[in-house]
Design a protein around this ligand. Structure first.
Ligand code: IPE
Ligand code: IPE
Ligand code: MG
Length: 261
């Protein structure tokens, strides 16, 4: 059949729904950057009469699946919203457990990242990340800094508005730019995502139709794909479906389609 390249063997079963989706994908038009709002861990757990933390644990397995699926498909940048600035409003016990899970994830996943030549980069307000986790993040960032097969951006203690305000502060404090020298391209170099192309595709799980302070500047023209399924149930199939749907969209960026000219 030829199409099932090596990189998809043992990942996509022949004859499966996933294989059908894979066949529909045009690999020359993949999104370069996918951003995901991983939502619904708590509801996933509640539905099963489990404590919320069990949902977060199951969610971290889904992270593994999403990273692997994106790497196999050849996605260059994957940004995962893992902890927002506003998530500090949750009970201290849940917050503590979330950071603990993240710490465990980093302790265990470093080998996998190295094996697959994936670079990890954190975006967000680092100063506010608990020191133990921050140390671990910096260790893994350092270990993977020269890899370029894919970049995983972990949004931690992240807020889109904070990011924009911080960019303004940096411009005022560190640059000698005159107002007329500041344009959109210059401004974006002062964001956490400096040098990284804007997301083409924004995925959100658990059916919520909002952006929750995520990448406000960068998603200006992202295509949005939302599934009602909770994050712990997110699989390669969802990702493939999102790609198929994305490729059916017509991105106009404010212009009118070529065919109407
Ligand atoms: C997403 O799941 C994980 C984080 C925000 C850290 P939630 O914890 O928000 O789950 P729901 O939305 O309450 O179900
Ligand atoms: C967004 O989910 C933040 C993350 C996924 C880390 P939330 O569950 O915090 O968002 P809201 O409160 O439903 O908007
Ligand atoms: Mg939520």
């Amino acid at each position: 059949m030829g199409f099932m390249e090596d990189r998809f063997k043992d990942f996509i079963l022949p004859g499966s729904e996933e294989e059908k989706l894979l066949h529909q994908i045009d690999f020359s038009r993949l999104p370069v950057h996918i951003a995901i709002i991983m939502d619904g861990n708590g509801r996933w757990a509640e539905k099963r009469n489990l404590p919320r933390i069990e949902g977060h644990k199951a969610g971290s397995k889904a992270v593994r699946e999403a990273v692997e699926a994106c790497a196999r498909l050849g996605i260059k940048y994957l940004t995962l919203y893992a902890f927002s600035k506003e998530n500090w409003r949750r009970p201290a016990s849940e917050v503590a457990m979330l950071w603990e899970l993240l710490y465990d994830y980093l302790r265990k996943e470093d080998k996998e990242l190295i094996k697959n030549k994936i670079r990890l980069k954190v975006i967000g307000d680092r100063e506010g990340v608990p020191p133990k986790v921050r140390g671990e993040l910096e260790r893994v960032e350092e270990l993977t800094r020269d890899f370029d097969s894919m970049v995983v951006l972990l949004a931690l203690n992240y807020g889109g508005r904070t990011e924009i305000v911080e960019a303004v502060k940096k411009i005022i404090k560190e640059s000698k730019l005159k107002p007329e020298e500041i344009d959109e391209a210059v401004f974006s170099r002062y964001l956490y995502t400096a040098g990284i192309p804007d997301p083409d595709l924004l995925i959100r799980t658990s059916g919520e139709m909002r952006v929750s302070n995520f990448l406000l500047w960068q998603i200006a023209y992202a295509e949005i794909w939302i599934t009602p399924d909770f994050w712990p149930d997110f699989t390669r199939r969802h990702l493939l479906q999102a790609l198929v749907d994305y490729q059916k969209r017509q991105r106009r960026f404010g212009a009118i389609p070529q065919s109407s000219l």
